[in-house]
Design a protein. Structure first.
Ligand SMILES: [Mn+2]
Length: 337
């Protein structure tokens, strides 16, 4: 097989692969546990491919919900078989693997023994595993899995390559963060094999049809306050809408800040974005709303949550209009320097 520009360290990966394969026998029934994000989903597909001929079967169980539209599209377009963990009968399996995470991330501690853990998050403690390969400096678990496939001499299928490529792209935010040469190597290795049309469709699938109604509402309600866009969405079921709106409206030229608020249950939830260059959304959140609830975040993204009961004395009647006016006043009073 052709080696690409010196990466990765094939010799040590081959040794690890050997160690991994030694663990399994043809009668094994493996349960793979993941969280349903692209890197985990792709890594799971890669492990299934690696072990295809060495075990009886593998089943993938995921923890939590598949909520992001891109992930729903990924699973559907690549027809990746997975089951909710609640639907799984653990007694059916004699082996367990965790990919792109470690037992504490799954609240699985105590006396359960794990067979395989492959991950790129910081190393945690308090569990036992027969095989571990944790590389915190790597951008994605998909990168590690690509090295394994390469070491095993397996040419990844179009479907697998597409999934792994997307896993790397997502976790490294298109190589803008936590990227190592190995991630770039894996990307180059997978790119010619992947289906770029599917990838493109998955990446464009961020909006659900239902959210378009919220976009319509936001366009009607939005206020442009100098370099800021503010929208109060009123009462909604899920504040994820605010996150998508806040990200989307940052694309508007000359806008450095977006602030999207909504009432969810008995809380006022405010999502803030800034260009993060000379601005600091976390600072803005805590200065504007920190006196009344939890507020904070990073330079480019932040969030505040205020129990409505804390606003009773400040915001007359707690109606959509009075809440909107109150936030507008606070935003106008904020000095960006
Ligand atoms: Mn990951």
């Amino acid at each position: 097989m052709r080696r690409l520009s010196g990466y990765p360290d094939l010799k040590s990966t081959k040794a690890k692969l050997h160690e991994l394969m030694e663990l399994f026998s043809p009668e094994d029934r493996l349960l793979i546990l993941i969280k349903p994000d692209p890197d985990s989903i792709a890594s799971n597909l890669a492990l299934r491919t690696l072990l295809l001929k060495s075990i009886k079967y593998a089943t993938t169980g995921y923890v939590g919900e598949i909520t992001r539209q891109e992930n729903i599209a990924l699973v559907k377009l690549l027809s990746i078989p997975m089951q909710r963990i609640e639907e799984i009968d653990f007694t059916e399996f004699n082996r367990t693997a965790i990919l792109d995470g470690q037992p504490p991330h799954f609240n699985l501690l105590g006396d359960h023994h794990f067979d395989v853990i492959i991950d790129h998050h910081p190393i945690t403690k308090g569990y036992s595993a027969s095989f571990q390969d944790i590389r915190p400096s790597y951008g994605s678990t998909s990168t590690i899995m690509t090295e394994y496939l390469n070491a095993a001499g397996i040419k990844p299928s179009t479907r697998l390559s597409t999934a792994l490529l997307y896993g790397i792209k997502t976790d490294t935010n298109n190589f803008e963060r936590d990227t190592r040469p190995e991630d770039v190597w894996a990307f180059r290795y997978l790119f010619p094999r992947a289906n770029k049309n599917i990838l493109h469709k998955v990446e464009l699938s961020e909006l659900s049809p239902e959210i378009l109604n919220y976009f319509k509402m936001a366009f009607d309600r939005m206020k442009i306050l100098k370099d800021k866009i503010f929208v109060h969405m009123g009462e909604i079921d899920n504040p994820d809408v605010c996150v998508q709106l806040a990200d989307f409206l940052m694309r508007v030229n000359n806008i450095s800040w977006t602030i999207i608020s909504s009432v969810v249950d008995d809380n006022l939830v405010i999502v803030l974005r800034s260009d993060g260059y000379r601005k600091n959304a976390g600072k803005m959140a805590s200065k504007l709303f920190g006196d009344l609830g939890s507020a904070g975040g990073h330079r480019s993204s932040a969030r505040a949550e205020i129990p409505l009961s804390n606003l009773k004395k400040r915001v007359r009647g707690l109606t959509e209009e009075t809440i909107e006016k109150w936030i507008t006043r606070r935003i106008k009073g904020y000095r960006t320097h």
